[in-house]
Design a protein around this ligand. Structure first.
Ligand code: UD1
Ligand code: MG
Length: 447
């Protein structure tokens, strides 16, 4: 949408959140509220985005990756916030602005487009929605059908409170008209704030047209002021994310108990069982089984792989692999195709080649495990000597007996064997068999 400058009002104190974290930084589905609003603006094709923030938000703002920040030093109201934004920019004659509250994460690009479309050549358009019981949104006062003003709930009379049309907090405005109206605002109201909503009365009194865009379905227009409202928005966003993947061919057994973040790739015919959380740009191939009770964060999973009741963080798993139940992969572990990791196995910065197995009760840290090697129950890589992390290398087809302790740095050759309970402190050559504490070579097998 060319020529439209968006201004996002996000500096509010957010008192009702009762939080040390600025309101619009509170997250739903893994992203801050404000991130979602910026995404919807991108969807609407608006590239010129100014975000009004408070001084405390400066450090966190950069991480959102969108918009240019303007600091409102004192939070004197939404009208003041818009004035600060406009004063930070040179006036553009004939310019149009789209102003939105930053606390409505469910908003969509379509809604923003509807507001700018409705502006036409008039002074202002605004998105309205039907009131619902206990709605605290400003009421739209009309006279002879024309929008005359907005009254905030705290300043409303009983008759005004009964009005059924409310203000969503999204406005398209002619920039010059906006500058003029803002200069006329006063703070004589219940909150001693400069209300942006009073610009409506200023413009209407001057004979300008205000075009309302009534959206009957207000579910996407929820403004978040406290944590109860945040939970409502989170449920709705989660439903939206799950629906998108289901439409794309993913089976989600219980969407209400599935926690997805945006920007995931999940292949067709993958089945996600309940109580599963998938986030941080994870990618999952086709035909996988994930969950129940799985947590994946920055995980890449191949095709036809099974992940049951397990945690996979910052790691890669190949095709046809099995993880879990109750496994924990982290620290950039990499599992090749067909690897099997079973109960109570923790992998940290581990690389397992295809067909390798660690089925029970192990800690494998800073290790490479060769093709088709078998790591017995209870095996531990002793990777930390009190100062440094050291690596263990296990060769192809090696057989690590149950309860082996591999004291790193150490290397076990291809086809080598360690007996149950071995404490391996020295390298084991290819084909060699060791046992004991410390492990010593066993006599050669009689041939
Ligand atoms: C506002 C509207 C109300 C509308 C509702 C919709 C006003 C006066 N009222 O009320 O009519 O129905 O939104 O959700 O606008 N902000 C600043 N600087 C400030 C104050 C606020 O940037 O000094 C930002 C906040 O961060 C927030 C947005 O403006 O994102 C709206 O402020 P908020 O306090 O949430 O207004 P509401 O009471 O919800
Ligand atoms: Mg609000």
């Amino acid at each position: 949408m060319s020529g439209v400058r968006a201004i996002v009002l996000a500096a509010g104190k957010g008192t009702r959140m009762k939080s040390a974290v600025p309101k619009v930084f509170h997250e739903l589905c893994g992203r801050p509220m404000l991130w979602w609003v910026l995404r919807a603006l991108r969807e609407a094709g608006i590239e010129d985005v100014v975000v009004v923030i408070s001084p405390e938000m400066e450090s966190g703002f950069a991480a959102l990756g969108g918009g240019e920040a303007v600091v409102q030093k004192e939070q004197l109201g939404t009208g003041h916030a818009l004035r600060v934004a406009l004063e930070s920019r040179t006036p553009r004659s004939g310019g149009r602005i789209l102003v939105t509250n930053g606390d409505m994460p469910l908003v969509t690009g379509e809604i923003f487009a509807a507001a700018t479309d409705a502006l036409g050549a008039d002074a202002m358009a605004l998105v309205t929605l039907p009131a619902w019981p206990e709605s605290n949104f400003g009421r739209i006062v009309r006279r002879a059908e024309r929008v005359e003003r907005i009254v905030e709930v705290r300043d409303a009379t009983a008759d005004e409170l009964a009005i059924e049309e409310t203000n969503a907090g999204i406005y398209a405005m002619d920039e010059a008209k906006a500058r003029g109206a803002l200069a006329a605002l006063r703070n004589e109201n219940a909150q001693r704030e400069y209300y942006l909503t009073d610009a409506v009365a200023v413009l209407a009194a001057g004979g300008d047209r205000i075009n309302p865009v009534l959206l009957r379905d207000g579910r996407n227009l929820l403004g978040i002021n406290d944590r109860a409202e945040l939970a409502v928005a989170r449920a709705r966003m989660s439903e939206r994310l799950c629906a998108q993947h289901m439409r794309d061919g993913v089976t989600i057994v219980d969407p209400e108990r599935t926690y997805l973040e945006p920007e995931l790739a999940i292949g067709r015919d993958t089945v996600i069982y309940p109580n599963t959380a998938i986030g941080r740009l994870s990618r999952i191939g086709e035909g996988c089984t994930i969950g129940p009770n799985a947590r994946l964060s920055n995980a890449t999973i191949g095709a036809r792989t099974e992940v049951r009741e397990s945690v996979i963080l910052d790691s890669v798993v190949g095709d046809d692999a099995h993880v879990g139940p109750f496994a924990h992969l982290r620290g950039e572990s990499v599992l090749a195709n067909g690897v099997r990791i079973g109960n109570f196995v923790e992998l940290k910065n581990a690389r397992l080649e295809s067909g390798a197995k660690a089925s029970h009760l192990s800690y494998l840290g800073d290790v490479t495990v060769g093709e088709d090697a078998n790591v017995g129950a209870g095996t531990i890589t002793c990777n930390f000597d009190g100062k440094r992390k050291n690596r263990t290398k296990i060769g192809k087809r090696a057989f690590i007996g149950s309860n082996s302790s591999l004291v790193a740095p150490v290397e076990i050759g291809d086809d080598a064997l360690t007996g149950a309970g071995s404490v391996v402190t020295k390298d084991v050559a290819a084909g060699e068999r060791v046992a004991g504490n410390p492990a010593r070579p066993l006599p050669k097998k009689p041939s």
